[in-house]
Design a protein around this ligand. Structure first.
Ligand code: 1PR
Length: 531
């Protein structure tokens, strides 16, 4: 029996599912005494530092946690839970941590790298630990903007380090207390091995470990470029929820919605085939209300039972008033998605409206969906889905928007264009360009940009490097290149020609034209770091 400290922020479902998948039962902490009495406790950290500590404080859990840790009863902390062991964090000034370890958590300082660090990185293991029995050095999934270092007096806690511009502490352990900055429950089979080691070890963490688990000559660890499989989901005319795929966003073929498979089955297939992440886009979410869309929520719930890499869901995240006049905030909608198994939510149309308002007023209201969700769940949980299309102009002076000089001339030989943002699945263009949208959303607290391209979508002609470079150079958060992948070589090209952190494709995977393994192999052969 494993006791889980679920304080209601973010996706604890994936930890729960991982524990169940490994054959253990889960009991929730209901009151402070459960913390002290638990045989084995898991403390998943989701959300910002301040919101985690607030919730622990509100539920009276801080003292029992400290007592449990000091009495060396087994605890596994994940992500922000590792950071919570320290005295405080730059993320939430003035908020006290558990103060088991000395010092403050600081933001990544390397300016050339995107923050948050989102993706798969390696670890160097500095001491023998039962936690790494059977681990073969695979990359593990990290998602965070702040990082820990240990003071000299706490060096006996050092378990693993990783590098992201600078070296940081990615694992600590002393006696029966272990905490990881990475997410074992989201790190595929390697992560499940590590989690299982915690679950199955006895009260003294006794598992025989071989010397080889220690990294003898630690090398700088490197982030992998991510390959993401995207599933555009909607209900077809027969009422079935299907994965569909558009050509420049038109998903109908001879009047019928294209049906490329069942969402849960396809997601599981992509997980088994090595996708680094799975994204679901509820493409009619702009007109339906997600909280009434039970089949979509069920897709997430069922996917997260078997898929142990990050899941993103987009579509319909905004405020809503239902037919009974009941009001829902975008935070309510996001919370339902997180509870159903999402790790990140993606905002499309609503991000455009928010950015337009922000550009006009230059004021943060704290009320937009981006700001609210980012505060509670952390910036890394908020993805902005951009649906731009090219608008050609003869000269940059012909528009107020951010233009590029292009190598693909327009219909009348124009050599300049801007990228117009659209809402409602590409149906309506706005007076907003992709750079304005991405940089405003970054300022409001978004953590990642999913950069689609209507001109390229479904064309199999390769990614739009010009668009990707244009947007990537305007933000410091990670950018996912999307739309147009037609071959493994296109992935190699996008990582060679742009600084995108990830590349996403849909059609070629659904139609089994290019297996994910072939993409990974091509990347590896061309010297691109992969998982
Ligand atoms: O506006 O917050 O409700 O979110 C709606 C979401 O649905 C947005 O993220 C929007 O991108 C998406 N969406 C809406 N309509 C469509 C459509 O296709 N008709 N899909 C749509 C967007 C683009 C990518 C696609 C890549 C790769 N699809 O998701 O997967 O272009 O495709 P490819 O590799 O086959 O070229 P809101």
């Amino acid at each position: 029996m494993i006791t889980l400290l679920d304080y209601g922020a973010g996706n604890v479902r994936s930890v729960r599912n991982a524990i169940k998948k490994l054959g253990y039962s889960v009991k929730d902490v209901k009151n402070p005494a459960d913390i002290l009495n638990a045989e084995r406790l898991i403390f998943p950290g989701v959300g910002s530092y301040g919101s985690v500590m607030d919730r622990l404080q509100r539920d009276g859990l801080i003292e029992p946690l400290i007592e449990r840790i000091k009495s060396n009863k087994p605890v596994l902390g994940i992500c922000v839970a590792l950071q919570a062991l320290f005295e405080g964090s730059e993320e939430s000034p003035g908020v006290a941590g558990l103060s088991i370890l000395k010092g403050q958590i600081k933001r990544f300082s390397e300016t050339s790298l995107s923050v948050p660090q989102i993706g798969w990185n390696g670890v160097n293991i500095h001491k023998q630990s039962a936690m790494f029995a059977g681990y073969k050095g695979e990359k593990l999934y990290f998602v965070h903007s702040y990082r820990a270092t240990l003071e000299d007096s706490d060096q006996d806690w050092l378990l693993t380090t990783s590098n992201y511009g600078e070296e940081f502490v990615s694992g600590v352990q002393k006696g029966n207390i272990t905490a990881f900055q990475f997410h074992p429950e989201k790190s595929g089979k390697a992560g499940l091995t590590i989690l299982e080691n915690y679950l199955k070890s006895d009260a003294n963490n006794a598992i025989t470990v071989s010397e080889s688990t220690i990294s003898e000559s630690p090398q700088e660890t490197k982030m992998a470029k991510r390959v993401i499989a995207c599933l555009d989901v909607r209900t077809n005319d027969n009422g079935d929820l299907v994965v569909t795929k558009g050509d420049q966003y038109d998903v109908r073929d001879k009047g019928e919605v294209r049906n490329l498979g069942k969402p849960v089955e396809l997601a599981r297939r992509y997980y088994e085939e090595g996708a680094d992440e799975i994204t679901f886009l509820n493409i009619t979410g702009f007109r339906d209300f997600p909280m009434e869309d039970q089949p979509m929520l069920e897709v997430l719930q069922r996917t997260s039972e078997k898929v142990f890499v990050p899941l993103t869901i987009g579509g319909g995240i905004r405020e809503f008033t239902d037919s009974n006049g009941k009001e829902y905030s975008s935070l309510d909608v996001a919370a339902e998605y997180f509870r159903s198994g999402a790790d990140k939510i993606s905002i499309g149309s609503d991000a455009c409206y928010t950015a337009e308002e922000y550009l006009q007023t230059q004021k943060k209201t704290g009320k937009s969906s981006i700001e609210q969700i980012s505060y509670v769940y952390g910036a890394q949980a908020v993805v902005i889905s951009v649906d731009p299309r090219r608008v050609y102009v003869k000269t940059p002076e012909d528009t107020d928007h951010n233009t590029i000089k292009t190598i693909i001339p327009g219909p009348e030989g124009e050599m300049y264009c801007w990228y117009q943002c659209t809402v409602r699945g590409g149906r309506e263009g706005r007076d907003l360009d992709a750079v304005q949208l991405a940089s405003s959303c970054e300022a409001l607290g978004a953590g990642e940009i999913l950069l689609n391209c209507i001109d390229k979508d479904g064309t199999n002609s390769g990614f739009d490097f010009e668009l990707i470079n244009h947007v990537r150079s305007a933000v410091s958060i990670p950018v996912i290149a999307s739309s147009g992948a037609g071959s493994a070589a296109h992935f190699v090209d996008v990582f060679n020609e742009t600084d995108a952190e990830a590349a996403l494709a849909a059609g070629i995977f659904h139609r089994r034209e290019v297996p994910i393994a072939e993409v990974k192999q091509a990347l590896k052969q061309n010297g691109v770091e992969i998982r």
